[in-house]
Design a protein around this ligand. Structure first.
Ligand SMILES: [Zn+2]
Ligand SMILES: [Zn+2]
Length: 356
């Protein structure tokens, strides 16, 4: 294989379809690495990136161009593969090592990046699959070997999904205050990330997990991945039913949709002194009467992907204990456009992973 020439699935206009393009790839220098992609997970935010921005509410769209994204853009930030070439200063990795790539790369030089929180870097974002070419390609350039996490004997398709779905779910669940076994965690939205959170919350906390999703197939899957109960948010009097079934003791709501309806449901469900964590990027505006913050002593926070150390810890956790596994929908890379359409139309259960 010639690593100087990369084949990439990229779009050349915002909202446009992805086309197979070729690009020159320089040999890695210093600490750089070239990874041969074997698997790349597909994420809901790929749809927002393809559209050019996120819905900020009130008819406003965030601009990815202002955030440094440039056309043609190669999507894909859940990258799993094998080390293909290493720069002369790379230590601890050899050609052929199986790895998952941490894609949320910052400037690499500030204190935030140095402590492993690249995803929160205030200076520059160099995310693979947004500002830099991502994993819908045969090879990916990684600017430093520290962004590689060896996966050992883990299934490479599953380990690839840890880079976004996995750490997003892991990071959000880790933000929750300690929970007792009569506490309830409600998880709104059981797509790939929400379903991972159902599995991780069931495996790592004492609380009872309830799953909320309009799709009966996703509710059924959530029950298999550890949810005690699952509810349809569109059913008549759904909040009332969920409150009753949870004995009015929902200590935490994690919203993996992030829409006006889902966040309103979260506010409705959470008990006094409870916690709401908003993760989903569907878009719109959050509204709540101001006195509620005080009267109900709520904690409302957001969670955006997670740090490099969380990816390392999640890989280690998966190697140590058998985590409940969300369904993977493996498809050839060449079917990327069909897969994006299926994702946009809600026809995917679990996570799509494209295979090279
Ligand atoms: Zn993602
Ligand atoms: Zn930085």
């Amino acid at each position: 294989m010639n690593y100087r020439c990369a084949h990439r699935w990229a779009f050349s206009s915002w909202g446009g379809v992805l086309e197979r393009q070729t690009a020159d790839l320089a040999a890695p220098v210093g600490h750089e690495v070239t990874v041969r992609v074997t698997h790349c997970g597909m994420c809901h935010s790929d749809l927002h990136v393809q559209a050019g921005g996120f819905d900020m509410g009130g008819g406003k769209l965030s601009s990815l161009e202002r955030a440094g994204a440039r056309l043609p853009l190669t999507l894909g930030h859940e990258i799993g593969g094998e080390v293909a070439e290493i720069g002369p200063e790379v230590q601890g990795f050899s050609v052929g090592d199986k790895v998952v790539v941490y894609p949320w790369i910052g400037c690499g030089a500030c204190p935030v990046c140095e402590r492993g929180d690249d995803h929160l870097c205030p200076r520059a974002s160099n995310t693979l699959g947004i500002q830099k070419p991502g994993g819908y390609a045969d090879v990916v350039h990684v600017p430093h070997a520290r962004y590689l996490v060896p996966i050992g004997t883990l299934d490479p398709a599953r380990a690839a999904t840890f880079a976004c779905a996995g750490i997003t779910a892991f990071g959000a669940i880790r933000k929750l205050a300690p929970l007792a076994d009569d506490d309830v965690i409600a998880i709104i939205g059981c797509g790939g990330v929400g379903m991972t959170a159902v599995a991780l919350a069931s495996a790592t906390t004492k609380a009872r997990v309830v799953a909320i999703d309009p799709d009966p197939a996703k509710r059924e899957a959530a029950l298999r991945f550890g949810a005690a109960q699952a509810f349809d948010p569109g059913a008549p009097e759904a909040p009332k039913v969920i409150h009753k079934a949870s004995a009015f003791n929902i200590a935490a709501v994690v919203d993996f949709v992030g829409s006006e309806t889902s966040s309103a449901l979260a506010v409705n469900l959470v008990r006094r002194t409870g916690q709401i964590v908003i993760v989903g990027l569907f878009g719109g505006e959050f509204r709540m009467p101001l006195p509620m913050f005080a009267l109900r002593s709520l904690q409302i926070s957001g969670s955006y992907v997670s740090g490099l150390n969380d990816l390392r810890e999640l890989v280690a956790l998966a190697q140590r204990v058998a985590l409940p596994e969300i369904p993977l929908d493996l498809r050839p890379m060449a079917q990327v456009n069909e897969a994006l359409l299926d994702l946009a139309q809600g026809r995917v259960v679990g996570r799509v992973v494209l295979q090279a």
